[in-house]
Design a protein around this ligand. Sequence first.
Ligand SMILES: [Fe+2]
Length: 485
Amino acid sequence: MMPKVSRTQSLLVLLAFISFVLLSSVNSRNAGITSTFIRSEWPSVDIPLDNDAFAVPKGHNAPQQVHITQGDYDGKAVIISWVTADEPGPSKVQYGTSTTRYDFFAEGTVRNYTFYKYKSGYIHHCLIDGLKYNTKYYYKIGSSDSSREFWFQTPPKIDPDAPYKFGIIGDLGQTYNSLSTLEHYMQSGGQTVLFVGDLSYADRYEYTDVDVGLRWDTWGRFVEQSTAYQPWIWSAGNHEIEYMPHMGEVIPFKSYLHRYTTPYMASKSSSPLWYAIRRASAHIIVLSSYSPFVKYTPQWMWLKEEFGRVDREKTPWLIILMHVPIYNSNEAHYMEGESIRAEFESWFIRYKVDVVFAGHVHAYERSYRISNIRYNVTSGDRYPVPDKLAPVYITVGDGGNQEGLAGRFRDPQPDYSAFREASYGHSTLEIKNRTHAIYHWNRNDDGKKVATDSFILHSQYWASNRRRKLKKHYLRSAVGHITTY
Ligand SMILES: [Fe+2]
């Protein structure tokens, strides 16, 4: 006959189990790595304006700077954007599932803007929706004699085990290093880019008459080889702000918001700067480091509600994008993420975010699963501690812009930093199913597909199941039968 277990005994067993889990999490940590790799890089200067990388497509008023992004919450719509230089021209997109027949069309909008002495081309945005999942669509834009054709692939339907490969790129700019990053990414097999802010670095030309605008145009043409064929999920960085009162330009994000749209209303956001999408098996939340985020602000209120909309049974992977990293041990931008950490980190733990991608620091860094939520000004540990409910924080600000690398890391490497290196590159996150994903960081210097930092990322979904099984196993072996709390 089984012995009866009192409530006190059961609680003691549970306490012992919790201590076991906490201690094992501390002991399982490894010392971090500061890579000693010496990079070989091109100079950090922008590619000249007349270079082929920025070639204008042939034909009068031909569409240029073509880019697409997800157009709804679940991946059945796409926003197609492009610029015409000479006159507005049509904002129509013809599309279909065959190159020879475009069965459908949609009408978009056109607008332009000025920035100091620069006058932009005509910027078109067109939403096409009601698409089928997992389907290749061909699309055609522009007038007949100078029209251009492209294609894209829609994602699989929302499903917890839908495999999908994301690329992660940040702080790209338009140097030869940027080109190397873009070319390496395009060989990776990535299906959608999660872009963590700082696109063109056009604001570096702020004391010129028109180059702030022209360098947005060159960047749009530079990335078109990827952005016309697969969605780039945009988030804004400090180089998008372009607050230049000495030039009479005081509307933040003016160029960026005219040129790059996001499906923010589909996630009930009030601003294109913060929003969410679901794609395959992932729920992706985009935050704005440069918009108000303290309690009661629109971004704070929206994020609280968006976390409530996350359904891990449908999208087990929860990914956050923001520009400024929360955990960064580089001298560059050190502590800049502290204010947003104080505001949001406890939510990241509560809602078991899998991974937070950021840019801003022009280097690569990956953290262990750690949190610093016990520190509350008057008490608690003032140092990040291992926390299995915490996300992994990854900084991928190493796209290769004209500001160069952030080569000075703080010494010694803090316990929370798992791997760091100042080289150019990009990352990929290849989701296999609801529990496992393969993560790679690819250094440009290593040729085509060499992963410099890679690991298998277990989802929090997997971890919570494992914890549940461990708990049952421990209780079963400790008291001979399962106690339910
Ligand atoms: Fe930045």
